[in-house]
Design a binder for this molecule. Structure first.
Ligand code: AGP
Length: 618
């Protein structure tokens, strides 16, 4: 995610802004920039304010060095700064924020995605010469077209025409006493000092100066002066804001008030899932279009096999991709964990499409497997979260999943976004082969409905926490799922074992009678994913068998399934969805179950023992 810092007050802004950016480094970034407005006093008179901007690729230190070399920006007491996590446009200085307009008088930093940036660009016309490939710069020029002397009014008016998400800070040479801040879908916090205010993406940068903060809500715009900060909504109606007194330390601020990064990232899923699919499908055509595939339709039609390579959680997302490619595109698909693929003699040739699926983009086993597949002439595409990571760079194309930085070792939001991107890829191939418009539209409707359904499940977190409280003392657990819910069972089981240290296994429901049933007893609970799909009746039989061995069972069931309640008092209801999109929905309660059990056991949830966030060694 990008990071925003702003300051207006009586102190030199530059050191506050640079230090603020350093405190946001945990969010991940690839470039940074700062702009400062200085009203120089000469002979007791204010000269016309001087507006300076410095940007650089790489770390904050590189920006700091560039500023020192230039000897600029030293005196101003108003400024904005930004760390960029590239989404639109590559990692270059021109694409770094702050962005400006044609006049050079306006400076803007932005966190989020403007969905309709192409339409806005077309409406701006050629008169607006753009320097970058970013959606954010287009926003700066849009505000310029609405500016008639009132900065807040210009921002408010321009935002009526923008679709998407933003956390925004805007300054202007003609307004040396104000910064305009706006929020829709991307957090923005304002720190309240004595004759000074701080603006940031979260409270971390301002904690050394003030713990009195105002959280902007979606649709609110603040005009931040040195001594006041009126807030209005998009209809320009005054909004009364309450100053909160934080008792957070830095890490708590980075977690935006959640007790752990993992819980924050579980709750990020509705938002980041929208980022994963935004602009990548066409509902009218019932089709998906992932530009990074870099394959012609003829090349896509010539693909005879799909091979999905990944590790851990990513491999369970890849397994969902297998089901989707076979179901939608009729293409044989197999999944391999990287550590196996790289050493067995995989059948790979120029008709094989290999996806390397990885959150970090640095997993050694997946990377080695990717290189092996390239060596054998396959098409190799990455499905990766971290921009510019090795797997992304060594793939001949692919797709970023836009989950934002995933700090907790246990992967949650990256898994959900990987599944969504794989479903879109399967649809993209399927529509070239046997998927009709109507089927494609049904799938896309189910995918676009998923963020809201995930919100519903998250709102029931208390029920899941109560189940976790009941089962937190167990030593073993068995997860069962059938069909596309088998990878869901695998992922749920991995979540539990890696953060709670409770032994857990996952099996296809049909395999229980071939061995695992011997384990069952009243002390060996089973988590059964029995949502209403074509395998539902089979799963119900499994649950009957489980109950006859007196083993407790936690059932993930479809809302309205009263039968599940008759089988167990521990039922987690989820909204109904299509079979292929079930992993987007059914995995959420299992993430929460694992989280609450680990938290109740006092585990180091974000940094579980023996594990690393990215396994860059064999
Ligand atoms: C998942 O919760 C684990 N952290 C681990 O299994 C992880 O998914 C695996 O190491 C793969 O990482 P990657 O997605 O960064 O390649």
């Amino acid at each position: 995610m990008c990071g925003i810092v702003g300051y207006i007050g009586k102190q030199p802004a530059l050191p506050i802004l640079l230090q603020g950016l350093r405190r946001l480094e945990y969010r991940g970034y690839d470039s940074a920039g700062v702009a400062i407005l200085e009203s120089r006093k000469q002979n007791l008179e204010y000269s016309s304010p001087v507006l300076e901007r410095v940007r650089s690729v790489g770390r904050i230190d590189a920006l700091d060095e560039r500023v020192r070399q230039g000897g600029k920006l030293t005196g101003g007491t108003l400024g904005i700064a930004h760390t960029r996590w590239a989404t639109h446009g590559w990692i270059t200085e021109e694409n770094a924020h702050p962005h400006t307009d044609c006049t050079g008088d306006l400076m803007l930093v932005h966190n989020g995605i403007i969905e309709n940036y192409r339409e806005i660009r077309a409406r701006l016309g050629e008169r607006h010469a753009l320097q970058s490939k970013t959606d954010s710069e287009i926003l700066a020029h849009l505000i310029e077209t609405h500016y008639k002397g009132d900065l807040r009014a210009a921002v408010s008016s321009a935002l009526q025409h923008a679709c998407g998400t933003y956390g925004l800070a805007v300054m202007h040479r003609a307004h040396p006493d104000e910064i305009v801040a706006a929020r829709l879908g991307s957090p923005l916090v304002i720190g309240v000092g004595d004759g000074e205010h701080f603006i940031a993406s979260d409270a971390t940068p301002m904690l050394p100066y003030t713990k009195r903060v105002i959280f902007l809500n979606d649709g609110e715009i603040a005009t931040v002066f040195r001594d006041r900060l009126p807030v209005v909504n998009l209809k320009s109606a005054i909004v009364d804001k309450h100053i909160e007194e934080l008792d957070w330390n830095d890490e708590q601020a980075q977690k935006q008030g959640y007790p752990h990064f993992m819980l924050k990232e579980i709750f990020d899923q509705p938002t980041v899932l929208k980022d994963a699919i935004r602009g990548r499908f066409n509902m009218e055509e019932g089709a998906a279009h992932l530009g990074g595939l870099n394959m012609s339709e003829d090349e896509m039609r010539a693909v005879k096999r799909v091979s999905l390579i990944a590790c851990g959680t990513a491999s369970y997302a890849a397994m969902v991709g297998k089901y989707a490619f076979e179901r939608l595109a009729g293409i044989p698909a197999e999944i391999d964990v990287g550590s196996e693929f790289r050493y067995r003699d995989p059948i790979v040739d120029q008709h094989t499409l290999v996806f390397a699926v990885s959150q970090s983009g640095e997993t050694a086993d997946t990377l080695a497997a990717l290189r092996e597949a390239k060596r054998k002439g396959a098409y190799v595409r990455g499905i990766v979260n971290v921009i510019g990571s090795t797997i992304a760079r060594e793939s001949d194309g692919g797709t970023y999943i836009h989950a934002g930085p995933e700090i907790a070792v246990a992967s949650t939001k990256a898994y959900t976004n990987m599944v969504a991107v794989l479903l879109l890829y399967a649809l993209q191939f399927g529509r070239l082969r046997r998927v009709t418009v109507a089927t494609g539209q049904r799938l896309l409707q189910a995918i676009t409905k998923a963020p809201g359904q995930i919100e519903t499940i998250l709102s029931r977190g208390g029920d899941i926490e109560r189940i976790a409280q009941k089962y937190k003392g167990i030593e073993h657990a068995l997860y069962l799922g059938r069909g596309i819910n088998f990878p869901v069972a695998l992922e749920g089981s991995l979540k539990l074992k890696e953060i709670s240290y409770i032994h857990s296994e996952a099996y296809p429901g049909g395999e229980m009678k071939h061995g695992p049933i011997a384990l069952l007893s009243k002390n060996f609970p089973v988590v059964a994913i029995a949502t209403q799909d074509q395998m539902y009746s089979k799963m119900c039989s499994n649950i009957e068998e489980i109950r006859s061995r007196r083993a407790p069972v936690i059932i993930v069931a479809t809302e309205g399934d009263v039968w599940a309640r008759e089988l167990s008092e521990d039922v987690i209801y989820v909204p109904p969805t299509m079979e292929l999109t079930a992993p987007l929905i059914n995995t959420i309660p299992l993430q929460l179950l694992a989280y609450y059990m680990a938290a109740l056991l006092g585990r180091d949830v974000d940094r579980p023992r023996n594990l690393a966030k990215s396994v860059t060694v064999e």
